[in-house]
Write a protein that binds this ligand. Structure first.
Ligand SMILES: Nc1ncnc2c1ncn2[C@@H]1O[C@H](COP(=O)(O)OP(=O)(O)OP(=O)(O)O)[C@@H](O)[C@H]1O
Ligand SMILES: [Mg+2]
Length: 308
């Protein structure tokens, strides 16, 4: 795993974060760095503690032990400075239903210094709401309301956008569009996105990295590989061939192992690599996945346990 997080300053750091309510420990000693410029997934089954963690990150509830830094500023000690870098939708954002989407943004922009008309138009365009922005919010679908919420959260150009289960209630097309505009946001404004979900398949398509949480504890952080506009997990694949050296020369990557070549590849690449080998006259006897996929790991971690 590249150690970019060590070289580049994280946008957010959770440091031994613990949340207790009464005798119950909801989050235990959660330590996590969120590197800049990424779409970072926060994956866990229902009741894992995603919302609780996010509520601490945005200061909606207190942190029992540990601290959270946003752009190096403590949420506990320098809340105003820390939160200035954050845009978030945690609970349903307050909107005036009888005003248009645009009027809502204007209203909100009044409370935020430095938000221009151009900026409002920019965020509306970014979330793909231009067509409906002058309609009243009461006529909006759930997906449109969510877009408006994201637009509002982005007005002040936050370094970190936090979304709690943004795909809930969206149809496949809506999920795809969300993915597209989050990616665009990440690329054009350099915004880091922290997004929670209980669905691994969504996280795989949307995120550059995924942290897995269960029962209030961090289980693992996985990096995913971007292919086209989707991120997919890399797994090691073993090609059993008659001539491993020739296979290595042909593919240009991998490690020679007994009777074959081990290559880091994503699903689509496996077929392409195989075609290359065959075309070069190399005999392929078998192709095996060497490491477990993220899905296997996630299911193993969360499977059968039910709600924690
Ligand atoms: N105010 C509270 N008092 C007591 N327990 C709480 C409180 N809020 C949350 N919990 C418990 O903390 C655990 C984590 O809840 P949380 O809402 O953070 O999970 P989640 O990962 O967001 O789940 P979901 O996918 O269902 O949204 C759950 O067991 C929940 O019942
Ligand atoms: Mg939740």
């Amino acid at each position: 795993m590249p150690n970019t997080a060590e070289v580049v300053k994280p946008v957010a750091s959770l440091m031994g974060v613990t949340k207790r309510i009464g005798s119950k420990t909801l989050i235990s000693d959660l330590t996590l760095d969120i590197p800049p410029g990424q779409i970072f997934g926060f994956l866990g089954p229902n009741g894992a503690g995603k919302t609780t963690t996010i509520r601490m990150m945005v200061g909606l509830i207190s942190i029992s032990r540990g601290d959270i830094l946003i752009c190096g500023r403590s949420i506990k000690d320098h809340f105003e400075e820390a939160i200035a870098n954050v845009g978030a939708i945690v609970e349903n954002p307050e909107m005036y239903k009888f005003l248009t989407g645009y009027q809502n943004l204007r209203q909100y922009a009044r409370m935020v210094p430095g938000v221009t008309k151009e900026r409002i138009n920019e965020v509306v365009e970014l979330v793909g709401l231009s067509q409906r922005i002058n309609d009243r919010v009461k006529t909006y679908s759930l997906g449109m309301r969510q877009r408006l919420g994201v637009a509002q959260a982005l007005l002040h150009r936050p370094k970190l956008l936090i979304l709690d289960e943004p795909t809930n209630g969206l149809d496949p097309q809506g999920i795809r569009e969300l993915r597209d505009y989050l990616r665009k946001l990440c690329q054009t404004e350099g915004t880091t996105v922290f997004v929670s979900s209980h669905l691994l398949s969504e996280m795989e398509l949307m995120c550059d990295s995924v942290a897995i949480i269960q029962n209030g504890r961090l289980i693992d952080v996985k990096q995913l590989k971007t292919v086209g506009d989707a991120a997919v997990p890399v797994s090691q694949t073993f090609f059993e061939v008659d001539n491993p050296e020739a296979a290595l020369a042909q593919i240009g990557q991998g490690v020679i192992m007994e009777g074959g070549l081990a290559v880091d590849a994503v699903r689509e690449e496996i077929a392409e690599l195989n075609a290359k080998l065959v075309a070069a006259g190399i005999k392929v006897y078998s192709i095996k996945a060497m490491s477990r996929s993220l899905e296997d790991q996630f299911l193993e971690i969360t499977g059968g346990e039910g709600i924690g």
